[in-house]
Design a protein around this ligand. Structure first.
Ligand code: ZN
Length: 540
């Protein structure tokens, strides 16, 4: 894959035309014809991220925040940004930024945050301007197929999920060639009336130049007549922020709790609004000050970053509740989901690898110091892990096994377990997997756990949404709940089986080894330590 191919993939997910005016997205350093094998995704480029890219042999770095925003006036070693550019060039690395266009994309960062909070009926808080131009060109009827094909190939005519969109209308073209002209139709100095088609289509802002070049080349006339003008239009599914509804109205404090838990935040503050219970929620990762007034008319509460005292004052006066979250933490959370779920599969199809940076550190530190307990337990262990758990039985009840993958916050695999557990039901196996995973996290001295499981029953029972009526599951549930209370944070999420493939494979490996005793694979293959290896190769 070349950098230009990566740009095309990225543009499909989050078109550059969605970027805010003045933003600087796209390829910032490097060459569009350079090969891409190994991509590092980070929130922004720092010396630590660049050192990581060098160490891991990444040729390309994709960040959310653009390194080059304000213009550079020199390329010396005296300025940190200039140093980074020099180091990128010395290492022949490509740097791309996908920023406000990624926030705004239909499945971009704002949408991911809103979905994670369980909001329904999502619409953008501020709809994106289409960034389109309308092209109108007058073509002799027999040349329409050739001209339209050239214009489409140059990037015109795409609206949402439709391509080659245009409109044609028959009419009559009027012109009189000057004596020195070389007309395709008509003769010098004779007024001409000839059938022409008024053919119109849309062109993204970035493609206007390419499209006009293609048009002029393909058009049979010496002087093709065409107009190009900006269109005041919006894209309904894209834009800044998202607004949606919670299934039920809830206290702001309950929502604060969910926000902290879902995004794994180190801090979160709020201002109460006019309503004690909120249902219409606006969320905007990054800095949302500019949309405070817009949110006040539409939502009960706005969740965003970088808010100050006077923002709280203004919101309180308008009745809008505010939840202010750390800018970088929420963005990094959303960027990771997007990169792993949406970009990584497309990159992999083209034979390249995408990894998440391990260099992210919250910029702002909280005021609370770690407890002595935590400091003791946390030696060498990550504060937070993700547990992927799965249990299954062949027969229900039948021979059963469990699979657990313990990952750090960046998705690096720290530990795995693949173990046969005798005869059990599917649900018992699911609980046994959760218990084993929680014990692994506890033994590692971890404080915060995010569990992912594909059993809806397990997830809903652990969340208290379903009762545990089955007598066989009750003690397992009690034990898991007690273990869960021992963590400073315990969060459990339902994921599809495909997204839990890593744990599912471990279950099947253990089941295969018992049903095939001649195999040399032991029934218990767990606890393979993979610390320090490249854990990003896990299936998600
Ligand atoms: Zn940001």
């Amino acid at each position: 894959m070349l950098v230009s191919d990566l740009i095309n993939l990225l543009d499909r997910l989050a078109p550059l035309s969605l970027a805010q005016p003045g933003d600087n997205c796209g390829l910032l350093v490097g060459s569009s014809s350079a090969p891409v094998e190994y991509i590092l995704v980070a929130l922004e480029l720092t010396q630590a991220v660049l050192a990581e890219a060098e160490e891991r042999g990444c040729d390309t770095i994709l960040t959310h925040h653009p390194l080059l925003y304000a213009p550079l006036r020199s390329l010396t070693e005296s300025d940190p940004r200039e140093q980074l550019v020099r180091r990128l060039i010395r290492g022949d690395k490509n740097l791309l930024a996908w920023h406000t266009n990624l926030d705004a994309a239909p499945k971009g960062l704002a949408a991911l945050c809103a979905e994670a909070l369980g909001l329904r009926n999502l619409v953008p808080l501020e709809r994106a301007a289409a960034g389109w131009y309308k092209l109108v060109v007058f073509i002799p009827p027999d040349a329409v197929p050739g001209v339209s094909a050239a214009v489409f190939a140059a990037g015109a005519g795409r609206i949402g999920d439709y391509r080659e969109c245009a409109y044609a209308l028959q009419g009559t073209g009027w012109f009189t060639p000057e004596p020195q002209a070389h007309p395709t139709v008509g003769s010098a100095s004779v007024p001409e009336r000839t059938p022409e088609v008024r053919w119109e289509t849309v062109v993204p802002r970035a493609r206007v130049g390419t499209v006009i070049t293609a048009l002029v080349e393909a058009h049979p006339y010496e002087e093709p007549a065409f107009d190009i003008y900006p269109v005041e239009d919006v894209i309904p599914r894209a834009g800044l922020g998202r607004i949606g509804e919670l299934p039920e109205p809830q206290e702001v404090t309950a929502l604060v709790h969910t926000v902290v838990e879902r995004f794994g935040l180190t801090e979160c503050r709020w201002v109460a609004g006019a309503k004690t219970r909120v249902q219409r929620v606006a969320v905007l990762p990054g800095s949302g000050r500019s949309l405070l007034a817009a949110a006040a008319g539409l939502a009960d509460v706005l969740i965003t970053g970088d808010l100050g005292y006077h923002d709280g004052e203004a919101a309180a006066a308008s009745g809008l509740a505010l939840i202010t979250v750390p800018h970088g933490e929420v963005e990094w959370w959303a960027l990771r989901q997007w990169a792993v779920d949406q970009l990584r599969p497309l990159v992999a199809e083209q034979g390249s690898t995408l990894v998440l940076s391990a260099s992210y550190r919250p910029l702002w530190q909280g005021s609370s110091l770690p407890s002595p307990d935590r400091a003791k337990a946390g030696k060498g262990a990550p504060a937070r892990v993700r547990l992927r758990v799965d249990g299954g039985s062949r027969g229900n009840p039948g021979p059963s096994a469990i699979g657990v993958v313990l990952e750090d916050a960046e998705g690096k695999v720290l530990d795995t377990l693949s173990q046969a557990i005798g005869v059990a039901t599917n649900n018992v196996a699911e609980y046994r997997a959760l218990l084993a995973g929680l014990r692994m996290a506890q033994a590692a001295g971890v404080q915060e756990v995010d569990v992912m499981a594909d059993s809806e029953l397990l997830v809903k029972q652990m969340r208290g949404e379903y009762q545990v009526k089955n007598a066989g599951l009750r003690p397992l549930y009690e034990e898991a709940a007690a273990l869960a209370r021992g963590f400073r944070r315990f969060c459990i999420e339902h994921v599809s089986r495909e997204k839990n493939a890593a744990a599912d494979e471990l279950v099947n490996a253990a089941l295969d080894s018992i049903s095939n005793p001649g195999s040399d694979r032991p029934a218990i293959t767990g606890l393979e330590k993979t610390f320090g290896s490249d854990g990003d190769t896990f299936a998600t």
